[in-house]
Every structure is written in structure tokens, then in C-alpha cells.
Design a protein around this ligand. Structure first.
Ligand SMILES: [Zn+2]
Length: 436
């Protein structure tokens, strides 16, 4: 898609304003006597937007007049709260209220045609779902922590979430929907926890996006009958990992069914793609009536390296869509590689303890981080000036560094001036104050 100029809704000021509007609607019982809750939430968002390594450093910086002024001009924060107060107020926020911010950005993205060409298969979007941990401690804990009790009497407290991210194997961007926290009450076993969180997530996503056509892609844990029935019920299509070790009955059935089809092709790079598939196979002996389509794939590189995958899907498999389905199923990894790993290793400090709180702080901070990440992904896809600044900085890491450096040391009147300065390699002192 053609990238738009800076003043439209998909540039940073428009996206931040949309989020601010949502934050202002979060119930704020202390509104009369203190800094508005929206300023607290925007401050948290700024920590991740500016890729600060800690709240403490952000707090120290806020005593600086330049930074206070920039928080107002760039993030609309009239009064920035101190670190302790910020944690206290955010701890009280029910994370459910933050969901609206995701749908708001998502509809801006849709309206602005940012999702044009991002669908993958007959107008369907690939929705990759997977869990990850982001906090673990033997001491620090809150009301929402999951607990693991060790034999020697020790307890580990931890937080995990289930992420849901729109991906496309041919696009570099990924777009997270609201993640679902995995909570203490979700069950004692890891599998129960993920399954219960997945139920909430799938229902929430369907309620918030009633008309979107989704193909859910997940790992082997998801290819069980109750989950597949839930996907059917909520009108999701699916491509789910299915390993021979978990599905011995299905793999035997496939091996012993003469109508199982085979296909092999070698591409221009000399890579051989070998498939085995069957439409309408029983998932397992206890769910014989639950019919799935089975797809197995071997990739053989000229250097001898071989990879093997297998899936079940409700999409009818034909020789003509084998490659498409295989690439769709493999795109599941983008939630790990390009979402969780980016959050962990590329500036967002995902596993860093930004403060734990007693009720919701940990979950609220994760939401603010995910929203900052979503904003960056939308800019990457839709904002020409952001991409010019990124190109000039040569890497995202260097771009974040430059943004934060300028933010800390120079009065910046607006985002456009900041990005233009970076894009054009201007010295900070010559960043145009009024670029209109
Ligand atoms: Zn906790």
C-alpha cells in the first residue's frame, strides 16, 4: 500500500490521540483530587514509546524542564506523575478497560486501508496465537500471579499471557490484538491455564471483530477436539500444528488410507517441497466423528537440510493451495520471532520488571507495552515519514536511540519535526520549530 503523509490518522500524533481518547474513558475515581488517570496511562505508554529501560530513569528525567515540556507537546501529558504515584494509580486500573484502545487503533488501521493486501487467503487474515511468560520471581508477587509450588516448599510466582497477532508471511509487520493474561484462577496445570485463557481470548476477539475473516494458526497444543469445536462455534477457520507423538491414531489412519494424496515439486532455488494430505480424516479414536483435513510437509534444501511439519485444518486441501497452506501454517512463528522476541530484545524490555504492584500493575504495563508496539507496527506499515527516519537511522535500535536522545535534550514542538530532523540528518538545534 502507498504510505501516507504525516497528518492523517495513521501517523503518530493521530494514533496517540486515539489512545488518549480511550484512556480518558477509563473510570477515574480520583479525578477531582489528583492528576488525571489518562495522564498516568499516557506516561506509561511514553515509557515504552520512548523505549526507556526503567520507570526509575523515566522518573528521574521528568524533573527536567525540557522533558516535561516534550511530554506535553508530544504525548499531551499535562502533569507527569512521579514513579511511585504512577505505579499506585496504574495498579488500580482494570485491564479490561484498555481493550478499547486496541480496537480503536485497529479500526483506524482498517479505515486508513492499512490492512489492504494483508489478508492471506480468500480475504482471510492469519491470526497467530501463542503463550509466553514475562515475569517470574520467588519473592515478588501480586493477587494475579500464577504459582508453582516446588517439592522443597519453595514457590515461584509468574505471569504469562496469550498473544494474538495478525501476521502475513509476505509482510514484515505484525499487528497484535489485545493479549489475554493467563491468571491464577485459570487452573493448576499449564495446559488448563492456556486453554482457559484461549477460550476468553477467542470469544473476546470474535465479539470485538464480528465480521473479520480469521484463520487461527497455533501450535500442537491446540489440535484437540474441544478447542477445534470452539473454533467452529465462533466461526474461525484454522491451521493447527499436529505432531505424530500426540496424534498416533490420525497418523496411522493416514498411512493406511490408500486415498491419501502425495505431491512433490522442486523450486528454482533447488528446494524440494514434499506433501502428503487427506481431506476428511478423524482427529482421533475418541473423536472419530470430528473430521479434519490433514497436511504433512517436508522441505529439503540443496545442502541436505530437511524440515518437517504437519497440521490439521478445516480448509479444503488441493494441489493448487498446498504451498499457500504450508506457508500460512509456518507463519505461526512470527508471533515468537517478530512479536515476543522483538518485545524482549529490541528496546521494549518485555521481561524487565517495571513494577509489580498488588492488583493489576503488571498486566497494565504489559498492555501499555503491547500498545506501544502496535503503534510502531502501524507507523512501519503506514507512515512515510517514520520510514524515512528509520532508513536514515539504519536500524530500529538506532532510531529509538535517536528519538530518545533528542527527546531528552531538545525542546521538540511536534512529532513531525522530530522525525523530519532524523530523516534529514539535521542537527537537533536546526530541527525546524514550525515545519508547516
Ligand atoms: Zn503478579
Amino acid at each position: 500500500m502507498a504510505k501516507r503523509g504525516f497528518r492523517e490518522s495513521l501517523s503518530l500524533p493521530g494514533l496517540l490521540q486515539a489512545i488518549r481518547d480511550c484512556f480518558e474513558k477509563v473510570p477515574d475515581e480520583k479525578a477531582r483530587c489528583s492528576i488525571p488517570l489518562a495522564d498516568h496511562l499516557m506516561s506509561g505508554l511514553a515509557v515504552f514509546g520512548l523505549k526507556y529501560p526503567s520507570l526509575l530513569q523515566f522518573d528521574r528525567d521528568q524533573n527536567d524542564e525540557i522533558i516535561r515540556s516534550n511530554l506535553t507537546s508530544l504525548y499531551g501529558i499535562e502533569q507527569a506523575p512521579c514513579d511511585t504515584y504512577l505505579r499506585q494509580r496504574l495498579d488500580e486500573v482494570d485491564p479490561q478497560y484498555l481493550r478499547k484502545a486496541y480496537t480503536r487503533l485497529f479500526s483506524a488501521l482498517q479505515r486508513g486501508k492499512g490492512l489492504e493486501g494483508f489478508d492471506y487467503f480468500d480475504g482471510y487474515y492469519l491470526l497467530s496465537i501463542d503463550g509466553t511468560g514475562y515475569f517470574s520471581s520467588s519473592e515478588v508477587h501480586c493477587e494475579q500471579c500464577c504459582e508453582k509450588h516446588h517439592r522443597d516448599g519453595r514457590t515461584t510466582y509468574y505471569h504469562q499471557l496469550l498473544g494474538a497477532v495478525l501476521v502475513n508471511p509476505d509482510c514484515r509487520e505484525v499487528f497484535p490484538l489485545a493479549p489475554e493474561p493467563i491468571l491464577k484462577q485459570d487452573g493448576a496445570r499449564k495446559n488448563d491455564c492456556e486453554r482457559n485463557a484461549a477460550k476468553r481470548l477467542l470469544k473476546d476477539v470474535r465479539r470485538e471483530h464480528p465480521h473479520m475473516k480469521f484463520i487461527v494458526i497455533e501450535d500442537g497444543l491446540a489440535s484437540n477436539a474441544p478447542h477445534i469445536r470452539l473454533l467452529h462455534e465462533l466461526d474461525y477457520r484454522y491451521i493447527l500444528g499436529a505432531k505424530a507423538s500426540d496424534h498416533a491414531f490420525l497418523f496411522d489412519w493416514i498411512a493406511n488410507t490408500p486415498s491419501t494424496a502425495h505431491f512433490e515439486t522442486t523450486d528454482e532455488q533447488g528446494v524440494t517441497h514434499r506433501f502428503r494430505y487427506h481431506n476428511g480424516a478423524p482427529l482421533n479414536d475418541s473423536n472419530f466423528e470430528l473430521s479434519v483435513n490433514f497436511l504433512e510437509y517436508w522441505e529439503e534444501k540443496p545442502n541436505g537440510k530437511t524440515q518437517h511439519f504437519s497440521w490439521v485444518t478445516d480448509i479444503s486441501i488441493k494441489e493448487s493451495n498446498l504451498m499457500k497452506l504450508m506457508r500460512g501454517g509456518r507463519a505461526r512463528w512470527k508471533i515468537e520471532n517478530e512479536t515476543f522476541n522483538t518485545l524482549k530484545n529490541q528496546g521494549y524490555h518485555f521481561e524487565h520488571n517495571f513494577g509489580h504492584g498488588y492488583q493489576h500493575l503488571s498486566t497494565v504495563m504489559v498492555h501499555l507495552m503491547m500498545l506501544a508496539f502496535l503503534i510502531d507496527q502501524i507507523q512501519l506499515r503506514c507512515c512515510r515519514l517514520f520510514n524515512e527516519a528509520l532508513e536514515s537511522a539504519q536500524s530500529k535500535g538506532r532510531l529509538w536511540q535517536k528519538v530518545r536522545g533528542l527527546f531528552q535534550h531538545y525542546l521538540i514542538p511536534e512529532w513531525e519535526a522530530l522525525y523530519r530532523g532524523i530523516a534529514n540528518g539535521l542537527k537537533p538545534t536546526t530541527i525546524p520549530f514550525n515545519s508547516s
